[in-house]
Ligand binder design. Structure first.
Ligand SMILES: NC(=O)C1=CN([C@@H]2O[C@H](COP(=O)(O)OP(=O)(O)OC[C@H]3O[C@@H](n4cnc5c(N)ncnc54)[C@H](OP(=O)(O)O)[C@@H]3O)[C@@H](O)[C@H]2O)C=CC1
Ligand SMILES: O=C(CO)COP(=O)(O)O
Length: 332
């Protein structure tokens, strides 16, 4: 049996915690808010972040104490909003058991440093790459919370450790594939959120299938080019974490990024869309970081640049799309 601790009892942290518990592990959730800790520990329910699950498994508990949360953990899963990961993890430095594998579920690029979550987690905890794993795939939390069949990809520089994590989250409704392409998983998961914002925006503004398909396909080309420049394996982009996650996220109102974009497309301002957003829309802070990464690697990022103008300057959906029609003829 494996002891697994999940840092952050948000929607995905809690749903993934349930997967881990269903797979037979003893699961401890760590959260700051006492209401969430008490809810999971005493009532097997996270009414704040995942009310759709009436009764969480009984081999899942919670604590607000950092040292207690991680002291016996074989695997530590980080599911904190990406922009807060560095500051939150700093409090765990020195507490993580030496052989523990630290797994990130987060899909974002850190603003200002433009770093991926593998970089942020390893830097914050003083962790070596062999003990870090990323999990990314088409994993809308509410669907997995209701145990609908789904699959994901676990990436680690050490394939044995990837397999350990994959085994720990394998159930009869959740399947995990493994890879060593951590950079590919990080880039896929983070950049598809920017694409989902743009597709949602087009949908919210009333555009149809052709427009959505154009944004998704050109978005995939953009994230593949940027990912390859960052050192990713191009094959990853054609898999579950790439095309798979784009299909799920860009096609579902369960996605916070899609919904945030749809609200922008309906005419809400960025602040208004944030107010009605239910959970973190990682694409919003990540968009500027993607633009910066494009400049750093010398890779054109027309879609991220257009979405950045929406978020920073408030341009309309029509103007955002016009950015993609600059009159130049290029090879696809
Ligand atoms: N939901 C989904 O379908 C999926 C989400 N992901 C990714 O997983 C990550 C988490 O998403 P999700 O759980 O859905 O998000 P939620 O918005 O539901 O929860 C965010 C989590 O981050 C925590 N948090 C925010 N700020 C801080 C802070 N300063 N210190 C400590 N913790 C903090 C929140 O704690 P608190 O509750 O106390 O505010 C909460 O646990 C994101 O990167 C997301 O992109 C990946 C795949 C699927
Ligand atoms: O990453 C996700 C699905 O794979 C969840 O997307 P959102 O963060 O947009 O809800």
């Amino acid at each position: 049996m494996t002891n697994v601790t999940v840092l952050g009892a948000g929607a995905w942290g809690t749903a993934f915690g349930q997967v881990l518990a269903d797979a037979g592990n003893d699961v401890t959730m760590w959260a700051i808010e006492p209401e969430i800790v008490e809810g999971i520990r005493d009532h097997h329910h996270n009414g704040v972040r995942l009310p759709v699950v009436e009764e969480l498994p009984h081999n899942m508990t919670a604590t607000g104490d950092r040292a207690e949360a991680v002291k016996n953990a074989d695997i530590i899963v980080v599911a904190i909003a990406a922009q807060f990961a560095r500051v939150a993890l700093a409090e765990f430095k020195g507490l993580i058991p030496q052989d523990a594998i630290v797994v990130s579920l987060m899909k974002g690029i850190e603003r200002n440093t433009n770093k991926r979550m593998d970089e942020v987690v390893c830097e914050s905890l003083g962790l070596d790459a062999e003990h870090f794993a990323a999990v990314s795939g088409p994993n809308l939390s509410k669907e997995i919370a209701t145990r609908q069949p789904a699959a994901t990809v676990v990436g680690c520089a050490n394939l044995d450790n990837a397999e350990k994590v994959a085994r720990a989250c394998t159930t009869d409704y959740f399947k995990a594939f493994i890879t060593t392409d951590v950079i590919g998983l990080e880039m896929c998961g983070s950049l598809k959120n920017v694409v989902a914002l743009a597709v949602g925006m087009a949908r919210g503004a009333g555009y149809g299938e052709n427009t959505a398909a154009m944004i998704e396909t050109r978005g995939l080309a953009e994230l593949t080019a940027l990912g390859e420049a960052a050192g990713a394996d191009p094959k990853t982009f054609a898999g579950l974490a790439g095309v798979g996650d784009l299909i799920a996220t860009c096609g579902s109102p369960l996605s916070r990024n899609y919904t945030f974009g749809a609200n922008l497309g309906k005419g809400l301002s960025r602040d208004e869309a944030a107010k009605v957003s239910n959970g973190v829309a990682e694409g919003v802070p990540t968009t500027a970081a993607v633009v910066a990464l494009g400049k750093q690697y010398g890779v054109p990022t027309p879609l991220a640049c257009a979405m950045n103008r929406v978020l920073e300057e408030g341009i309309s959906c029509a103007d955002m799309l016009a950015q993609l029609f600059d009159g130049t003829i290029t090879a696809e």
